[in-house]
Structures are given as structure tokens and as C-alpha cells.
Write a protein that binds this ligand. Structure first.
Ligand code: NAI
Length: 781
């Protein structure tokens, strides 16, 4: 193109970034890669090709990891872990800092390599991915440094198995590795098979940084290698980012293995544009929301919801902008949309769109031959259509309209996912009013795709659980110090059914559902015997229908989530007051049931525990994150929703209250199955609840067999979290059954907890009872 032609057309000239350094690095490595285990490269095994999707060229040959390779990597990580942890916060911080510096030093190489391997525009890998990687290591160097003082009494989990996707290969690696090693864990990480190269380059950087061998191990391969890692006996914690289907499979495969698990899965992010929004900014935001990384972004704003009055105008502006997008060689610095990661993914997008129906608008821009897909807008779909619900993971936006803010909320939340949402309006009241109503882990106001290491990222519903970034991200890699004892199963006491009664009135405790005592559906009850064989009463044998009724009642009490912390504190104090008024009666009941003599102490501890959570009720709302934008990110702690819990069998009143109180203090509703052998303290407790202004449906109690009720509770799609502290270890069934709607689980893995001591209360309970929603609020003109 001549200068005259450029002035005549004002066309962009090509501005290619040089691939020379990246190609030289590949050649230096011999373009065939083994794994990086114990600080060294392994022999190259059976390989598969890694291709540049922009031109189809083979970049390198990558080793397919075998179970034997995984064994070696886990062994190396295990060996390295104690010494790495012993380095202390400052020692580890120095290494993380070195990694951050080296990422910056090699920024251009990493960016080019990423673009060649993945097909994303160099503009993005250079200005977004790689700087965020460096930022992540800096931030976590800071967390490592502060850990000793700010997280006393916590220790690393051990060896982490981490599996990542292909859409942000190096960034996802940083999100996984940085918090894990900052906390003192070691890592076995598997990159996605399409995009292993920057992970291997990072391995090289670990060597240059002098990271002790075995701290970071990279094993390449496909899903089978991933499965071998996540299910490996030597792995203490699994962190996964990828598709919801695979996330669900990992949940099932790891059930009952005692591993920590965080899942960052798919999304179908609503992008809500109100009629008073700055429409031009909203169009530009949409370019970032859905055409960033070719739309291969889990938190993409892939579902446009635009207010009816401006819809035509907005769509017209959007189409005009789409036509101007530049699709092409990702290494060209003037390119907006690069190549799709692989022909297989391209096929998937074609398959989804070709069968979509609706009005399909393809951008009238030049689309090169090869692995490219045009920016596309689809209108005229109904909300239940597949493409309104399913992740396309390509540069395809679906759009629909709404009339009122309420309708916008309804449409936005009409999805099985809950990862991210954007809201565009110039009305601050409307924007801040929408944020809490959107079911999502991240809400961007007048913006989109903002990320930072200081701000938690992660989803709710089938978008997974756990957060990456911030202290909450680090906490997934830590546990309280010390070894827990094994919990033995506690059997109910037995008595003589033929012994004549003492003439007192028969009392069969019912369930407590929706604020009322409810006869168990099956109509069956069982006797509860005291130590001396005396009959203390009968208790209902709840069944799956009772659980379903209780969940329905809990779902009906949604208003509780919107009450103030102050009100919830008042109610918890009131419960404590009413319990204390009947302290002697409860103490007597506990002693009679358990045959112990600690009833009085247990009631006193229960009153104190209620005070603890009354105290917390208005003090755990969240905080402000210092993110590098002109604006702020609010980390808001929201209730999880309906929590189902199998309460501890031991300490029947204190255990019950230790579970109930944090749940309701944080605004959750709960369905509680009390101690199986000693249920009567919880059933007596109805009367305390009834006299303490607890709204019906907030606390529901179903007595019965833990083993029988656990699967129903864990599988119920309207339950958002399940906790199991049962002495019959139900961790496996609870975790496996939770996979349906990917509810959060918290299980005891058959280990005891001292309910009287510090581990019976506190932040861990509050964390489990809340979800962090990050609300990004940029401001200024
Ligand atoms: P995927 O979920 O299959 O792959 C992600 C990672 O998991 C890869 O490293 C893969 O090797 C590994 N993996 C696969 N099966 C595994 C198993 N059973 N156990 C352990 N690890 C396993 O995603 P894929 O097939 O690459 O893409 C399919 C669809 O998934 C995409 O079209 C997109 O809709 C979605 N996806 C979502 C991502 C997100 O960030 N939410 C990222 C990548 C894909």
C-alpha cells in the first residue's frame, strides 16, 4: 500500500508483531516438549501437535501425559512441599516477586507465543493477558508476605492438582499457581491440549527464577491426563477452569476423596442496557464483552438485554460498529478479532449458529480464510431457545429486549449459570439497585471484563464455586493447622420396648417446616431412649417428601436475605434470651439423651454461640478492593441461599446451633437434619424459634436418618449448599449428589470438630454461609 493510497482510503496498514523471538525460543527447545517435573524436562513421550490456528502451522510437539508421568509429578510436588512451606511467607514472597519480574522481562515473548498458540489478537495478549499475569504474581507475592501475620494458625493444603482451559492459557495458569504457591502448596498443573506453550515457557521461567524444584510441575496432555491428576490419591486440592460438563464430572470423580475443590465453569453473561445508558459507550463495551478473545470467554457478555425503547437504535449502532471490526492475523497489532482456537471449536460454533433460528446478522467485514468466524448478532430468539441458554464460546451475541428493570432482572437471571453480568445506565440508583438482584459472582457497572488480582472472580449456580483473586482466593489453598481426630459413628441409645411406660403423655416430636410443626409424611416415628433405658419420647422419621416440603418452605422465605444485619442480630439475641430462659430444661434433656453431664455447659455454650453470630450478623458485609481503575470494586458478601445441613450427632444442641446460627445470621434459610441419635434438643428448640420472631421458613427441621436424607438434600436443585457434619461419614454421597446443580458442599470427611472450641465457630462458618460478589463501579466523567 502506498502512502497516497493510505491517505485516500484511510485504511489501516498491516502492523505485524515479529514472531522471531517466539520461533527462536521454540527452536531452542527443540520444538518437542516433555513435561516439566521436579525442576527438569522429562524425555519426550508420545506427542500431539500444537498448531497455530491462524495459519494451521505446527508450532511444536507436546507430550501426552500418562498416569506414570502424573505419579512422578505428584511425587516431586509432595517431596518439595514441606520445605517450600517452611520457607515462610517472606521466603515465598521473594520467589513470587522473581516470577513477576521475569514475566515482565519476557512479556513480549510470552505475548507473541500466546497469540501464536491460541489465535488471540496480540493487542490483547500484550496489553491484557500478560500484564494481568505479572500483576497476579506481584499481588500474591504480597499475600505470601502478609500471610504469617494476617492468616495465623493456617497452613497449606499440600499438593494441588490444577487443570486449565485454552482461552486464557497463561492467565489461567497464573490464577491457579500464584495463590497455591503463595500459600505454601506445591502444584501439578495441566494446560489445555490446544495451548500448552506458554505454560511450558513459564516452566522455563520458573527455572530461571530459581524456584525450588518440584514446587511447580507442568504435565501436558488431554482430558485423560487431567482426569489422572484430579483423581490422584496424592492430590489434596483440585482447582479447575473449563466447561461445566467437565466440572461436573470432576465433582463426581473426586467425591469423598477428601480433596478441596474449586470450579470456575461456563457462563451466559447478561449485558443489560437501559434506555438512559450512554449508548455509544455501551456499544464499545459490547465489543469488549463479546468480541474480546473471539468471544471465547467464560464471563463474556454474550446475552444482550436492551430496553425496548432504544433497542432499534442500539442494534443499528451495534451493527455499524460490527462492520468496522477488523478480523484477521492475530499478530497484526491493528486486529480486533483473531482466530478461533481450533478448527474443532470453529465447527462447534458453526453447528450451534447454523441450527439456531432467529435473525442472524454477520458483520460485513472481511473475514480471512481459515479458522475465523465473523462477529455475529442474533435477534428474534425466545428466552428458552438453545442459544439464549447455552454457552457458544465464539464471537456470537444473542439479543432480546425488556421493558422494565424487573423484567431485566428476570431475563438476566433466567439461566443455569451465574458468572458475570454487566449493567449500563447513567442512573446510579438503578445501577446499584440492579447489582444485588443479579445472580452472578461478578457485576460490572458501565463496563465489562474488568479483572484484577485484588478482586475475587468466580461464579454461582452452575458457573461453579470458589473465588480466584483476593484473600478469598487464597483461603481456598489454606486450612487450619493441626490434625483432626477421626469421628466415630455415634449410635442411638437403646431401651426395652416391652418395658411398661411410666404413665406420662406420649409426645412425638414433629418436623418443623415453614414455621409450623408438621407431621412427617410417612407417618412413622421411632423411640428415643435415655442412658438408663427410659423412653424419652418419639421422633418422626422424615423422608424425601419432608425434605422437599422443607426446601419449598425455605425457598418461600426469600425475604430473609433482604433483611438488615441489625434485624437478624436482634433475632439471634432474642433466640439466645429465650433459650437461656429454658436453660435448665434443655440441659436436663441433653443429659437424659446422651447420658452425659455436660448439658448445662452445652446450653451455656449455645447461648454464647448465638451471641457470636448475632455479633457477626451486621459485621460481615464485605469490603472495598483497591483495583487499578478509576473507581472501586466492592466485595459484597451475599447469602448463599438455601443451605441444607446434616447437623453433628455429638453435642446435639450446640452442634445444631453452630450450624443454624451462622447460616441465618448471614441471611440464608436452612433445612436442618438434627443429630440422628439425639434429636430431641433440636425438636424442643422449635418452641424457642416460635417465640423469637424467626419468620416461618427461615429455619426448617426434619428429623430422621442422615444416610437416608443426605442424598435427597444433596441432589435437590433448589438447595444451594449442603453441609455435612454427620458422624456417619456422608461426605462421598453428599459431594457426588451435589454435582447436579453444582451446589457448594462443606463436609467433615469423617473428621471430628471440637464444637466447644474455636473450630466450632468463626470466619470459616461465615465464609461457607456467604458468597463474594464483586461489583465493579468505575466513576468519573
Ligand atoms: P474442557 O472443559 O473439556 O477442557 C478444559 C480442560 O479440562 C482442558 O485442560 C482439558 O484437557 C481438561 N479436561 C477435559 N476432560 C477432563 C476430565 N475428565 N478431567 C480432568 N480434566 C479434563 O473444555 P473444551 O473441551 O476445551 O471446550 C469445550 C467447551 O467448554 C467450549 O466450547 C466452551 O463452551 C467450554 N469452555 C469453557 C471454558 C471456561 O472458561 N468457562 C474454558 C474452555 C472451554
Amino acid at each position: 500500500m502506498t502512502i497516497k493510497e493510505i491517505f485516500d482510503t484511510m485504511e489501516y496498514g498491516p502492523a505485524p508483531e515479529s514472531a522471531a523471538d517466539a520461533l527462536a525460543w521454540l527452536i531452542d527447545q527443540g520444538d518437542r516438549f516433555g513435561h516439566f517435573i521436579d525442576g527438569a524436562w522429562t524425555e519426550v513421550g508420545d506427542t500431539f501437535e500444537s498448531r497455530n490456528p491462524a495459519n494451521g502451522e505446527v508450532l511444536a510437539y507436546i507430550t501426552q501425559g500418562t498416569p506414570g508421568d502424573v505419579d512422578k509429578a505428584v511425587a516431586a510436588a509432595r517431596k518439595a512441599q514441606p520445605k517450600w512451606a517452611k520457607l515462610g511467607g517472606h521466603g515465598r514472597a521473594r520467589h513470587l516477586y522473581a516470577l513477576a519480574r521475569l514475566v515482565q522481562k519476557h512479556a513480549r515473548l510470552l505475548a507473541v507465543l500466546e497469540t501464536m498458540d491460541n489465535g488471540k489478537p496480540i493487542r490483547e495478549s500484550r496489553d491484557i493477558d500478560v500484564p494481568l499475569v505479572a500483576r497476579h504474581f506481584y499481588y500474591h507475592a504480597g499475600l505470601a508476605q502478609l500471610m504469617d501475620s494476617e492468616a495465623p494458625g493456617m497452613e497449606p493444603l499440600g499438593v494441588c492438582g490444577q487443570v486449565i482451559p485454552w482461552n486464557f492459557p497463561l492467565l489461567m495458569l497464573a490464577w491457579k499457581i500464584a495463590p497455591a504457591i503463595a500459600a505454601g502448596n506445591t502444584v501439578v498443573l495441566k494446560p489445555a491440549e490446544y495451548t500448552s506453550l506458554t505454560a511450558l515457557c513459564f516452566a522455563d521461567i520458573c527455572r530461571q527464577a530459581g524456584l525450588p524444584k518440584g514446587v511447580v510441575n507442568i504435565v501436558t496432555g488431554d482430558g485423560a491426563t487431567g482426569e489422572a491428576i484430579v483423581t490422584h490419591d496424592g492430590i489434596d486440592k483440585v482447582a479447575f477452569t473449563g466447561s461445566t460438563d467437565v466440572g461436573r464430572r470432576i465433582r463426581e470423580a473426586t467425591a469423598g476423596q477428601g480433596k478441596g475443590l474449586t470450579l470456575e465453569l461456563g457462563g451466559k453473561g447478561p449485558y443489560v442496557v437501559f434506555d438512559d445508558a450512554d449508548l455509544d459507550s455501551a456499544v464499545e463495551g459490547l465489543v469488549d464483552a463479546i468480541w474480546f478473545n473471539q468471544g471465547q470467554v467464560c464471563c463474556a457478555g454474550s446475552r444482550l438485554l436492551v430496553q425496548e425503547g432504544v433497542a432499534d437504535r442500539f442494534h443499528a449502532k451495534l451493527k455499524a460498529r460490527m462492520d468496522k471490526l477488523r478480523v484477521g492475523n492475530p499478530l497484526d497489532k491493528c486486529i480486533d478479532v483473531g482466530a478461533i482456537v481450533d478448527p474443532v471449536q470453529l465447527e462447534t460454533i458453526h453447528g450451534l449458529v447454523d441450527n439456531a433460528g432467529g435473525d442472524v446478522y454477520r458483520a460485513a467485514c472481511d473475514i480471512p480464510e481459515g479458522c475465523y468466524y465473523p462477529p455475529t448478532l442474533i435477534t428474534g430468539l425466545s428466552t428458552s431457545d438453545r442459544l439464549m441458554q447455552e454457552e457458544i464460546f465464539g464471537p456470537v451475541l444473542v439479543s432480546t429486549t425488556f421493558r422494565t428493570p424487573d423484567e431485566a432482572v428476570q431475563l438476566a437471571n433466567n439461566t443455569r449459570y451465574g458468572l458475570a453480568a454487566s449493567v449500563w445506565t447513567e442512573n446510579v440508583n438503578l445501577a446499584l439497585g440492579m447489582a444485588p438482584k443479579l445472580v452472578a459472582g461478578v457485576v460490572w457497572i458501565n463496563g465489562t471484563n474488568m479483572f484484577d488480582a485484588a478482586a475475587g472472580f468466580g461464579g454461582v449456580r452452575e458457573s461453579g464455586f470458589g473465588r480466584e483473586g483476593g484473600w478469598e482466593g487464597l483461603s481456598a489453598y489454606l486450612r487450619p493447622e493441626g490434625k483432626r481426630k477421626t469421628l466415630s459413628e455415634i449410635e442411638p441409645l437403646t431401651g426395652d420396648p416391652d418395658k411398661p411406660g411410666d404413665g406420662s403423655l406420649d409426645r412425638t416430636a414433629k418436623n418443623y417446616v415453614g414455621g409450623k410443626q408438621a407431621r412427617p409424611d410417612g407417618g412413622y416415628a421411632r423411640p428415643v431412649w435415655g442412658k438408663s433405658g427410659a423412653l424419652l419420647g418419639h421422633v418422626g422419621i422424615g423422608n424425601r417428601k419432608d425434605i422437599r416440603n422443607a426446601v419449598e418452605a425455605a425457598q418461600g422465605a426469600k425475604g430473609w436475605a433482604g433483611t438488615t444485619g441489625h434485624l437478624r442480630a436482634q433475632i439471634l439475641y432474642y433466640i439466645a434470651e429465650n433459650l437461656e430462659a429454658r436453660a435448665a430444661e434443655f440441659a436436663h434433656r441433653i443429659d437424659a439423651m446422651t447420658g452425659g453431664r455436660s448439658g448445662e455447659k452445652e446450653v451455656a455454650a449455645s447461648v454464647s454461640r448465638l451471641f457470636t453470630y448475632a455479633a457477626w450478623a451486621d459485621k460481615y458485609g464485605g469490603d472495598l478492593r483497591q483495583v487499578p481503575i478509576r473507581g472501586m470494586a466492592l466485595a459484597v458478601r451475599e447469602p448463599v441461599g438455601v443451605i441444607g445441613a446434616l447437623c453433628p450427632d455429638e453435642d446435639p444442641l450446640l452442634g445444631f446451633i453452630s450450624v443454624m446460627a451462622p447460616a441465618i445470621a448471614m441471611g440464608n434459610r436452612c433445612v436442618l437434619v438434627p443429630s440422628e441419635p439425639f434429636p430431641l434438643a433440636a425438636t424442643d428448640f422449635y418452641q424457642v424459634l416460635e417465640t423469637s420472631d424467626v419468620p416461618g421458613g427461615v429455619v426448617n427441621i426434619v428429623t430422621g436418618s442422615h444416610a437416608e436424607l443426605a442424598p435427597t438434600l444433596a441432589a435437590h436443585l433448589d438447595v444451594e449448599a449442603v453441609w455435612s457434619f454427620s458422624s456417619s461419614d456422608l461426605s462421598k454421597v453428599v459431594e457426588a449428589k451435589s454435582a447436579g446443580n453444582l451446589k457448594r458442599t462443606w463436609v467433615n470427611n469423617g473428621l471430628a470438630r471440637d464444637w466447644f472450641g474455636r473450630e466450632g465457630e468463626g470466619r470459616k462458618f461465615l465464609d461457607q454461609a456467604t458468597e463474594v460478589k464483586t461489583v465493579w463501579v468505575p466513576y468519573g466523567e
